[in-house]
Design a protein around this ligand. Structure first.
Ligand code: M6R
Length: 366
């Protein structure tokens, strides 16, 4: 009988999960956003700042959310690890929407952080995949991801669902603040609707993850570099590789790489660059990073949508993804990293669905 790991099945479920969320996104075109996030336009317009509280993969989705909220809604947005926020000085949070982002809705740090933010006067929105979870019950309002149960400890389809949810939230806040014309919203919802097909193609033609997993079989480390939204994806990819493959994968923001980490590069240390073609300025800066890595003879893989001019045929192994807008490319870059983690863990004979020492939800303090 053929056995499929939960992690692989959940990775493959992503196009369907995103299609369902994109469909819900059409509610944005209705009055008051069809009630999608539980606030009407006047209340949405009253939020002057946004604070995401989360841990692990949910934190990485929150970082992507910050880019989206700041771009679409023009609001100042902050992202804090929930465990750090718990210990931070208690500052007032009037006119602030706090988003508790959590797959399980039971992560103790995130729950405690949400409680603290509530006390400080924030409006609390829980974005969560589990109905009847504690996060949903303590929040003022909730958005249920409806991605279906996620059994593998390593979160995959829920991270994609979180990214889609924060994308919709950013548009919703932009509408409430009167910044986004109807045609703009329509176009972005349509872009999201196109992603499931593109993602299916990426998952079907996945030479990247199989080849790189083979090359990394004995590896002890991997550097992953991305800028902007691709940095959030680099962090998430590195976490997947740590938790499922026990590989010391470390993510760096493109600009930061030159401020120290570049010294790690040498012929035995491989680097993976995430290079979406948009924004153009980020792509160009990453081309410079690619050149500098090759000058140090570092082995290089590049996941991209466009050939970097600074790299010759022999300089790097290039893998191409379909073109998409700057925000939605995040889904296309994330999936190959998830499948890379899966294939590497499987190839190493590890327990893919239940990595050592980890559990699905961290519900108590150490
Ligand atoms: O259920 P949550 O989203 O609140 O969990 C947060 C983290 O514990 C979780 O994302 C963890 O990092 C996963 N194992 C990542 O795959």
């Amino acid at each position: 009988m053929h056995f499929e790991h939960h992690m692989l099945r959940e990775i493959k479920e992503q196009p369907a999960v995103l299609a369902a969320l994109a469909k819900r996104g059409q509610l944005l075109l209705e009055k008051d956003g069809g009630g999608l996030f539980g606030f009407d336009d006047p209340e949405g317009a009253s939020f002057q700042r946004i604070l995401f509280l989360s841990c692990g993969s949910s934190y990485h989705a929150s970082l992507a959310g910050k880019w989206m909220v700041e771009t679409f809604a023009g609001l100042c947005c902050q992202v804090e690890y929930a465990h750090e926020y718990r210990l931070s000085p208690p500052l007032p949070l009037e006119n602030c929407l706090v988003v508790g982002l959590s797959q399980s809705g039971e992560t103790l740090d995130t729950l405690e952080a949400m409680r603290k933010a509530k006390q400080a006067g924030a409006r609390i929105l829980s974005i969560c995949n589990v109905a009847n979870s504690t996060a949903i019950s303590l929040a003022h309002t909730a958005f249920l991801l409806e991605a279906g149960p996620e059994k593998a400890v390593a979160s995959t389809k829920v991270v994609s669902a979180q990214l889609a949810a924060v994308f919709l939230l950013a548009l919703r806040l932009g509408i409430a603040h009167g910044r986004l014309p109807q045609e703009f919203v329509q176009k972005h919802v349509q872009n999201l609707m196109d992603i499931p097909n593109q993602l299916s193609t990426v998952l079907q033609n996945d030479s990247f993850s199989k080849e790189v997993a083979l090359a990394l079989h004995e590896a002890k480390q991997l550097l992953i570099v991305g800028k902007g939204l691709a940095y959030a994806i680099a962090l998430e990819g590195a976490l997947k590789l740590k938790e499922t493959c026990y590989l010391h994968a470390e993510a760096f923001a493109g600009g930061e790489f030159r401020h120290g980490p570049m010294a790690l590069v040498e012929p035995t240390v491989p680097t993976l660059l995430l290079m979406p073609s948009l924004p153009q300025e980020s792509f160009e800066l990453m081309q410079g990073t690619a050149r500098e890595i090759r000058e140090r003879a570092g082995p290089l893989w590049v996941l991209t949508q466009k050939r970097p001019e600074t790299l010759g045929e022999a300089d790097a192994q290039l893998y191409f993804l379909p073109q998409a807008d700057a925000f939605l490319s995040t889904f296309l870059f994330l999936a190959p990293l998830q499948t890379l983690a899966y294939h590497l863990a499987h190839g190493r004979g590890l327990n893919v669905d239940s990595p050592r020492g980890l559990c699905k939800a961290v519900v108590a303090d150490p």
